[in-house]
Design a protein around this ligand. Sequence first.
Ligand code: NAD
Length: 260
Amino acid sequence: MNLQDKSCIITGAARGIGATIAKRYVKSGAKVAIADLRLSDAEQTAAGLTAMGPGSAMGVEMNVTDEAAVNAGVAKVIDAWGSVDVLVSNAGIQIVHELQDFPFDDWKKLLSIHLDGAFLTSKACLPHMYGQGSGAIIFMGSVHSKEASPLKSAYVTAKHGLLGLARVISKEGAKHGVRANVICPGFVRTPLVDKQIPEQAAELGISEDEVIKRVMLGGTVDGEFTTVEDVAEVAHVFAAFPSNALTGQSLVVSHGWFME
Ligand code: NAD
């Protein structure tokens, strides 16, 4: 299975999990659009990947909550490469508060990046995928698509919602050869998680070490963080799978934190 010459868009790919998925896809021969908020960051990541090869990458400025920006970013990819074969809707943020203290603006901001982002990018890519009779859409869920944790009402709600959206796309897309799946990682050491460690320690009144050992990794089978490479490998399988049998699914990669 490889992604030779496939045209891929990955949102939030300037750094973190998205950047490592992009690296895995370029290693597999794909052309990858690094879609992120700041063009300079996206272009810097893209340049490093193109230098690595054998595929290539380009930076695309995109705020996934802005319909015009999403449509313009997808149009840029179509202009450059003529198609879009794979969409990875990965851009996301985390905001932690107990529900009674959760600012409504933060709730709306988080839901918008995760859910509006998945909706708008899918809506912009689907006509191109339907036109060519094939495509793969991948949403970045989380163990929090299946499990709840205190302080994370907005994130858990958004990540559960992505399962529903992927299932609808898999049903609507089937007759056009388009599949949709969700990756559900456990804790991965990226800036998103590093930011949460002191925040959760303060909210829960425990040490940062306890946040890592008890809150983040306490439920795993081996006390290990999932890595960006682990997640990228699953994203490669979902993108490169050779038939449309694999659709409407969600796969948990979490060192056994959540089992089903
Ligand atoms: P990160 O903070 O390292 O990277 C997120 C990227 O998204 C950044 O490049 C940022 O600029 C971009 N982004 C943020 N808002 C955006 C917007 N409105 N439009 C476009 N780009 C935007 O985070 P990460 O840990 O790599 O997380 C990536 C995804 O993986 C998120 O959806 C997150 O919820 C999910 N996830 C992360 C973990 C984890 O433990 N790190 C676990 C499960 C799921």
